[in-house]
Design a protein around this ligand. Structure first.
Ligand SMILES: Cc1cc2nc3c(=O)[nH]c(=O)nc-3n(C[C@H](O)[C@H](O)[C@H](O)COP(=O)(O)O)c2cc1C
Length: 409
């Protein structure tokens, strides 16, 4: 057979010029770095290079052998979507409503303590991204910014406050009042921390709050000078609610968490908080039903991102049973190992109202501050909408109707 040849011609100059990308390379180093990230895993890699090891490990790490977290990742990996074709998906709507108000994505910024440890601006930087994208930001009890400080910095953000019930009721009440007086619309009570989880990485790294400057730390300073300059030239790094504490993190947790709390205490919370109540850290159908009986507004199926009990239940696996058991009386959210828009799709397909993300945005903030958080949102949005289009659905109701399975691995 005679090999085929292309006919040659003179170069088409206007066409060639049209192919040249005339955009000048940006000289903003952060932007250049972050713009290269195409997935949350890319942001994670950049983050690892940017911050001290103890900081990175505090975010990525889990409890004990970190099996819970791996299993959650695995469950998302084993999702198999149902697909329909030829369904006119030219207009896709990724929005949903949360407690009667529209949000642009079914993704909520999970409460994460100590955010200024990851990036010096901390919680307000994340809240600003939430506001810009019409999303909800949840501030943690263990935040480095107090509720009034966050409200002053980002007054327009739709905000929730996460409460750890403390041994000292007066202290809990004063936090609840601070949230109430500063426009926090929903109280999220985290219940998977009767005691603090055992996290070997933090213990090995000798993580204290604030970080101490030992010989080992000085080596870290040399390795990540910019992070340290930011830390040392901005306001003191401490828990807003526990200013002055300087002992290991686990010790603080055991000092404040009320391990005697039961479902009955929720009546007290309801008597002092007149907004919506979400219970975060539910890990069984039985407790979900209990929450419905107590009359809260929503639950988050969560194992705290694998940071508390190792080898507990995997939220994505128990989700359909929980949704079936509580029906329409409660909104059911899940979290843990949501690292892509495809994961968000899978959670909705299995019946969740929405997801909370923690590490995904923390990798963004460690990689590039507020710009990195915005990049994380852009990535999740793009992947989520792309998955909707490829599965043949136009909105969240259609995702739920179509569903998804978890393959046996
Ligand atoms: C660094 C870090 C700090 C966290 N701090 C809190 C906290 O203060 N309160 C809380 O309820 N959950 C906390 N969480 C758990 C998150 O709210 C959420 O359940 C978890 O991050 C979800 O898993 P993901 O990080 O894989 O998305 C924290 C998680 C991380 C990673």
């Amino acid at each position: 057979m005679k090999p085929l040849k292309s006919k040659r011609q003179f170069p088409d100059v206007p066409h060639f010029v049209g192919l040249i990308d005339w955009k000048l390379p940006t000289f903003r180093r952060t932007k250049r770095r972050i713009d290269k990230a195409v997935t949350i895993y890319d942001l994670q890699k950049i983050a690892k290079r940017r911050v001290p090891r103890a900081t990175y490990d505090y975010v990525e790490g889990g409890a004990q052998r970190e099996i819970s977290y791996e299993r959650s990742l695995e469950a998302f990996k084993n999702l198999e979507y149902n697909v329909r074709v030829l369904r006119n998906i030219s207009e896709i709507d990724a929005s949903t409503d949360v407690f009667g108000k529209k949000v642009d994505l079914p993704i909520i910024f999970a409460p994460t303590g100590y955010t200024r440890f990851m990036y010096h601006v901390g919680e307000p930087a994340v809240a600003a991204v939430a506001e810009a994208n019409n999303m909800i930001y949840c501030l943690s009890t263990m935040g480095t910014t107090a509720p009034d400080e966050l409200a002053a910095a980002v007054p327009g953000v739709r905000r929730w406050f996460q409460l750890y019930m403390m041994q000292n009721r007066e202290q809990s009440l004063s936090m609840i009042n601070n949230a109430k007086d500063n426009g926090f619309e929903t109280l999220v009570i985290t219940v998977d921390t009767p005691v603090s989880g055992h996290r070997p990485r933090d213990i090995r790294n000798g993580l204290t709050i604030p970080p101490r400057l030992g010989f080992k730390t000085i080596a870290y300073v040399i390795a990540k000078p910019r992070w340290w300059i930011n830390l040392l030239t901005t306001k003191k790094l401490e828990f807003a609610a526990f200013r002055g504490w300087d002992k290991p993190l686990a010790e603080l947790a055991s000092h404040i968490f009320d391990s005697s709390m039961t479902f009955d205490d929720l009546a007290w919370v309801k008597s002092v908080w007149n907004g919506r109540i979400v219970i975060k850290g539910i890990q069984s159908v039985e407790d979900a039903v209990r929450c419905k009986e107590v009359g809260v507004d929503a639950i988050v199926l969560s194992n705290h991102g694998g940071r508390q009990l190792d080898r507990g239940t995997v939220p994505l696996e128990i989700l359909p049973d929980v949704v079936a058991a509580v029906g329409d009386d409660l909104d059911v959210y899940i979290d843990g190992a949501v690292m892509s828009g495809q994961d968000v799709y899978g959670a909705i397909a299995r019946g969740a109202k929405g997801v909370l993300v923690g590490r995904a945005y923390l990798y963004g903030i460690m990689a590039g501050g507020q710009y990195g958080v915005q990049r994380a949102v852009d990535i999740l949005r793009k992947e989520f909408i792309n998955t909707m289009a490829l599965c043949g659905v136009k909105n969240l109701a259609e995702i739920r109707a179509l569903g998804a399975r978890i393959r046996n691995s």
